[in-house]
Design a protein around this ligand. Sequence first.
Ligand code: CTP
Ligand code: ZN
Length: 158
Amino acid sequence: MEAKDNAKKKLKLKVSAIKEGTVIDHIPAKNLFKVINILGLDKIENQITFGTNLDSHKLGAKAIIKVSDVFFEDMEINKIALIAPHAKLNIIKDYEVVEKKIVETPDKITGIVKCFNPKCITNNEKITTCFKVIGKAPIALKCKYCEKITTEEQIRMI
Ligand code: CTP
Ligand code: ZN
């Protein structure tokens, strides 16, 4: 193996391999903790390892999360599309990558995001937000209640 390949392998192993579970790669470093929150990883007891501020050509600084023994439903994982649109999932079984998936932006988003409109009922009463996704790149969310549009830069998580 060439020295360059060797160096590349070592760089990858900054976060050790897992036996079973899901590796979520290519998360923008600045959104790592949002991803952890959205997936509720702060509430489970499985082993989780992560690395952040790793070099990535595409993202500048990326983060990676490895969750042992957890295999997410598509619907669940797609919730992170808003803040990690280029995330790649690797499903690991017995140390091998058995499947690769990409996240897809859902057509409807319930909860997770705040409506940008301060006058919206969802910002003033205990009502769960609900948006229709009217644009995916960049993201544009139309509020079901006030019909105002929250753009990608305006997205604030609940
Ligand atoms: N991985 C892991 N544990 C394993 C196998 C793989 O944590 N038992 C991680 C690797 O560290 C890597 C990701 O899963 O971050 C994908 O592994 P692999 O497909 O082998 O890497 P690449 O070929 O570099 O895939 P890609 O270019 O799609 O990132
Ligand atoms: Zn609204």
